[in-house]
Design a protein around this ligand. Structure first.
Ligand SMILES: [Zn+2]
Length: 249
């Protein structure tokens, strides 16, 4: 091999290596794993704001959301109130971190333990409406539940029907999508109340997906809730995180 050819080869190799290191570095930097899995304190994070310090109606104190989705949600709320002043539009859930979600999971696991004896079935039963800690979109600070967490309200109550129609027709204009819509082949049951701020949440799901493909163990090892070692954890994580409305990608 001529000296120049060898140099070229070496140069190409270095270039590839630099690119690879750079892309790995930037990806790892985009959204850290602890943010993807909710292992942080939203109350101490400067990207987040307390909803009870804004004009948004909330059903309890101490709920936080990232600042940009909060601003967009306030605009949506004000526009909704102009046309439907008497219909409730209340944030009933916002950011829930890993510790909070773990509390929900533990409570449901304990109560199902006496009725169902297979851990996988217990998990699947909980997953109809609640996430495994570390896999909830509520970890991201981009997702909210509005007014009621009952499908019955949005399907059969007059006010619920009007609210849901308005949310579907208008929330996308403010950047929100409905991740748990009708017609998916898996994942959570439909949730009319759950809306997600796509410009940021789409980055979270893209990174979650990339990480699950590239190095699933990095995520799986971070999930140590009750039952994690008795269920098909990786399959469940993939199904429940990724099987959402295509509009939310
Ligand atoms: Zn929700």
């Amino acid at each position: 091999m001529k000296k120049t050819a060898r140099f070229k080869k070496f140069f190409n190799f270095t270039q590839t290596l630099t690119l690879l290191l750079f892309s790995t570095f930037t990806m790892a930097q985009t959204i850290p794993l602890n943010k993807l899995t909710g292992q942080f304190d939203e109350k101490k994070d400067s990207d987040f704001i307390a909803l009870d310090s804004t004009q948004l109606p909330v059903n309890k104190k101490g709920m936080y959301l990232q600042k940009e989705p909060t601003q967009q949600l306030i605009k949506a709320y004000n526009d909704f109130k102009k046309v439907h002043p008497n219909i409730p539009f209340v944030v009933v859930s916002a950011t829930r971190n890993y510790t909070y979600q773990n509390g929900i999971w533990q409570r449901k696991w304990d109560s199902l333990l006496s009725k169902i004896n297979k851990p996988q079935q217990i998990a699947e039963e909980i997953l109809k409406f609640s996430s495994m800690p570390g896999t909830s979109r509520h970890h991201w600070g981009t997702d909210i539940d509005i007014t009621s967490v009952s499908s019955d309200y949005f399907r059969n109550d007059k006010k619920g029907i009007i609210l849901y129609q308005w949310l579907q027709d208008n929330l996308p204009k403010y950047g929100f999508c409905q991740p748990f819509n009708e017609g998916r082949n898996g994942g959570y049951l439909p949730e009319e109340w759950h809306w997600s701020y796509k410009p940021i949440a789409s980055q979270y799901i893209a990174q979650y997906q990339a990480q699950l493909e590239k190095d699933p163990q990095s995520i799986i090892q971070a999930l140590n809730f009750t039952g994690h070692d008795q269920i098909n954890l990786e399959d469940l994580v993939k199904q429940y995180v990724l099987m959402v409305n295509a509009d939310c990608y």
